[in-house]
Design a protein around this ligand. Structure first.
Ligand SMILES: [Zn+2]
Length: 242
């Protein structure tokens, strides 16, 4: 056994002991199985939950949008962009709209700032423990945090998205190259321009897996150029202001 693997084995024995000691009687079986199979076993139930969602992004994305659908579009809310960070509005149409992060629509403590639903122990989305009330110290679900990271920085998840496409370019069907890039099938500027009035949970799908694809770089460059051309044309077609 090498020194590194010996170190890891010692560390994992200690982590397993810590995890099992902290584990409540009820705990999601899939999360525990995931934790125990990690090369570095997470030493707390919360870290186990976070690791689970980080490694199951497609599932996290689907769950977060499902929870948002349960909340629905808050009464009186519309997708608007802000000029200042302080007003809680997204600064750009590239950011997913998040009504519950806006002070006017924020829910009471213990509710997720991303989806609006109650949060339970370890950032879980279901009340497996029969607590009856949300965890008032929690501000988001572990699944929603993982989904938010995917929505706001999909390029960092290129590996997972490539695997999902079986390493084939979504546009050409050819094998994805090492330099392949993540693309929004419907570009976000068009979401803002053409789909702004869609119900909020539906809007989130444009940042999620349903609208993400990995394409080879040359194809991506051509698509971006075409989109830029279309936007420029549209600006020229606009009537002069005033
Ligand atoms: Zn949530």
């Amino acid at each position: 056994m090498s020194a590194a693997s010996e170190w890891r084995e010692t560390r994992n024995v200690a982590a397993r002991v810590r995890l099992e000691r902290a584990l409540p009687a009820v705990f999601p079986a899939a999360v525990l199985a995931h934790a125990l199979s990690r090369p570095l076993v997470p030493p707390t139930p919360r870290l186990a939950v976070e690791s689970y969602w980080r490694h199951h992004l497609v599932r996290a994305d689907r769950l977060a949008r499902g929870l948002a659908a349960r909340s629905g579009t808050p009464e009186g809310w519309t997708w608007r962009l802000g000029a200042l960070r302080e007003d809680g509005l997204p600064l750009s149409f590239r950011m997913p709209p998040a009504p519950f992060r806006e002070p006017a629509f924020a829910r009471e403590r213990g509710h997720c700032r991303i989806c609006g639903q109650p949060v339970y122990r370890f950032g879980w989305h279901a009340d497996l423990w029969g607590a009856g009330v949300p965890n008032r110290n929690a501000g988001w679900h572990a699944a929603c945090v993982a989904a938010w990271k995917l929505w706001t920085a999909p390029a960092e998840q290129v590996k997972a998205l490539k695997a999902r496409q079986r390493h084939r370019c979504a546009e050409s069907g050819k094998r994805l190259l090492r330099t392949a890039e993540v693309d929004h099938r419907t570009p976000l500027y068009r979401v803002w321009r053409e789909h702004r009035e869609a119900p909020w949970p539906v809007l989130l799908g444009y940042w999620g897996v349903p609208n993400l694809q990995v394409v080879n770089r040359t194809i991506h460059a051509a698509k971006c150029a075409e989109e830029a051309g279309e936007r420029a044309q549209r600006r020229r077609d606009l009537p002069p202001p005033g």
